[in-house]
Design a protein around this ligand. Structure first.
Ligand code: ZN
Length: 209
């Protein structure tokens, strides 16, 4: 599942996970876990993203390989926001080929920049379960959140300038990733500015063939 920061990849991936019983791998979560556990690599990552930059390929590939080939989830994975660039895309092919796995569907959620910006700035995320809400639209869900609404916070990297940096950097690098995949017959571009439910049902249709 490809799409810029704030395109709704996490939400859509979660829906697919529930409906098709898959394992969601988000490099963001892999990276955040390292930060939370205060590992050496976590401290390195924290420095990089506090500047609005993205973690290096070497860090991401190292964290990813371990997970992708693990016996309990292999062959049953959705990647949320990965690969972000050509190096990562080629590396993913190597990891999958070496383990007799392959990509069945490539989904690209396309959303204009102004909509992305608004969505990210209005997003709050649970520190415990990682669920995200829109602070204005999801008032009822926020009040009833199972972990308690006090754990719903704006992430540290969700400030205006970092958002714009991340969007621009993503679009620049992902252009090449899209070129890399778009000629394949399992590549699908989806209008990510639609309502969440509309997007979900489009994706489900694709995955059910
Ligand atoms: Zn929660």
């Amino acid at each position: 599942m490809l799409g810029s920061p704030g395109a709704g990849k996490g939400t859509q991936a979660q829906n697919i996970v529930n409906k098709f019983n898959l394992n969601q791998i988000s490099t963001g979560d892999l990276l955040r876990n390292e930060i939370k556990n205060k590992t050496n690599i976590g401290r390195e990552i924290e420095k990089i993203i506090s500047k609005g930059d993205l973690a290096t390929d070497e860090i991401v590939d190292r964290l990813l390989k371990k997970v992708v080939i693990s016996a309990n989830i292999r062959n049953n994975i959705i990647f949320d926001g990965y690969p972000r660039n050509i190096n990562q895309a080629e590396n993913l092919e190597l990891i999958l080929n070496s383990d007799n796995q392959s990509i069945n569907y490539i989904l690209f959620l396309k959303v204009p920049r102004d909509i992305i910006e608004k969505r990210i700035l209005e997003r709050i995320t649970c520190e415990i379960c990682n669920k995200s809400y829109n602070e204005f639209i999801d008032k009822k869900e926020i009040a009833n959140h199972k972990c308690g609404s006090k754990y719903l916070i704006k992430r540290k990297d969700d400030n205006n300038e970092a958002v714009i940096n991340r969007y621009d950097e993503y679009m620049k690098k992902t252009k090449l990733v899209l070129d890399y995949y778009s000629s394949r017959n399992n590549f699908y571009e989806i209008d990510g500015s639609d309502e969440i439910e509309v997007i979900s049902s489009k994706i489900e249709q694709i995955l059910r063939g």
